[in-house]
Design a binder for this molecule. Structure first.
Ligand code: PLP
Length: 367
């Protein structure tokens, strides 16, 4: 009989499953550890809003019903907050799903997309899934190089993906760079700005890309409830664009892709301003502490606008494994072709302290 391998679509036969951060329970069992701290997936270390938990408990009695397929009430709240219309918004099972929907909606085999090296890996995967040519442009100072990305655009290019701030580097492209880029590219191109970490950004020169949608440019902006809103486990994110683009993406979106609890949780999480403020504070203070501690240790790191820090440790995989043995789940960066680095999510004060203590031990062991 024919090997299954021969039945698989050619362009995905080289795919590897996405590598998520290691789950706490698995590591506890494997390493026989009582306490394990996960600083691997850029979640909100404060947890989700208590108001969300209450709202979910209240909604549990209705889970035998299908959810509102289009998530109308959540989209209504988002539209009001963002000064858009409901028709400008699509919901996804995490922004991960929306990235895939974008690929499935617009890309034919042989089309091209432009992405940055060391950028969030799901754009590359969406392009490859659709049998496209993915042009990967080297970074400049570990930041998207928009000038070179623009130069990579040709007649076959349909989409450019820009993570801002980028995961895993934490770097951002500023207003001036984005304005110049948007001026210099053909108007037919779709530009995706992935702003999964938008709510953590503090820089004054961060671009307002929603204005492009209001001005009818072909821009898609992605944001998520997985990060500052603390709902990573419920899988919900959203995309915003001009009505026509959202309309075509809606044809591809699986029915009921966001569940009833996630829709309610997302809506309530938007209203808990105090929780958002607290979450920002934890990250700002944690970042300051980690940067100072790493500075004192003489360890290089990349200045971040998100809730994680990329740290240059030498042999990243080795340091990752040694930290794992000590109950800290960090993230090795081989898959992002940054083998000298690890990425660490900014945690609660005690988690950050423990991480620095364990990193010192590991680096002393290694070198
Ligand atoms: C830049 C970026 N975009 C999108 C995502 C996906 O987020 P989610 O699918 O949880 O909304 C992540 C997750 O880490 C990310 O870092």
């Amino acid at each position: 009989m024919d090997d299954i391998k021969n039945l698989v679509r050619k362009n995905i036969s080289q795919f590897q499953p996405y590598l998520p951060g290691r789950p706490i329970e698995q590591v506890k069992k494997e390493k026989k550890l009582k306490k394990v701290f996960k600083l691997a997936s850029n979640e909100n270390s404060l947890g989700s809003s208590p108001r969300v938990i209450k709202a979910i408990e209240k909604a549990l009695g209705n889970i035998h019903r299908y959810p509102d397929g289009g998530g109308f009430y959540l989209k209504e709240v988002l539209a009001k907050k963002l000064k858009l219309n409901v028709e400008n918004i699509i919901l996804g099972n995490g922004t991960d799903e929306i990235i895939e929907i974008i690929g499935k909606t617009f890309l034919n085999p042989g089309d091209e997309i432009v992405v940055s090296a060391h950028a969030f890996i799901r754009y590359y995967m969406a392009g490859k899934l659709m049998a496209c040519k993915v042009k990967t442009i080297p970074m400049k100072n570990l930041t998207h190089d928009l000038v070179q990305m623009q130069k990579a655009i040709n007649k076959r290019t349909k989409i450019v993906f820009i993570a801002n701030p980028n995961n895993p580097t934490g770097t951002y492209v500023n207003k001036k760079e984005v304005i110049n880029f948007m001026k210099s590219i053909p108007k037919r191109i779709i530009v995706v700005f992935d702003e999964a970490y938008y709510e953590y950004v503090t820089r004054k020169d961060f671009p307002d890309v929603l204005s492009y949608i209001k001005n009818k440019r072909r821009v898609i902006v992605l944001r998520t409830f997985s990060k500052i809103y603390g709902l990573a486990g419920l899988r919900i994110g959203y995309g915003m664009s001009i009505k026509e683009i959202i309309g075509y993406m809606e044809r591809i979106r699986p029915p009921f892709n966001t569940n009833s609890l996630s829709q309610i949780a997302a809506k309530v999480s938007l209203s808990d301003k105090e929780q958002i403020k607290r979450s920002r504070k934890v990250v700002a203070e944690g970042k300051k502490y980690l940067e100072q501690a790493l500075g004192k240790m003489g360890v290089e790191y990349v200045s971040s606008e998100a809730n994680f820090i990329l740290i240059k440790v030498g042999k990243g995989k080795d340091v990752f494994n040694r930290l794992l043995n000590k109950g800290i789940i960090a993230r090795a960066m081989d898959e992002y072709e940054l083998p000298e680095y690890i990425r660490i999510t900014i945690g609660l004060p005690r988690e950050n302290k423990l991480f620095i203590k364990k990193l010192k031990e590991v680096l002393n062991q290694c070198f």
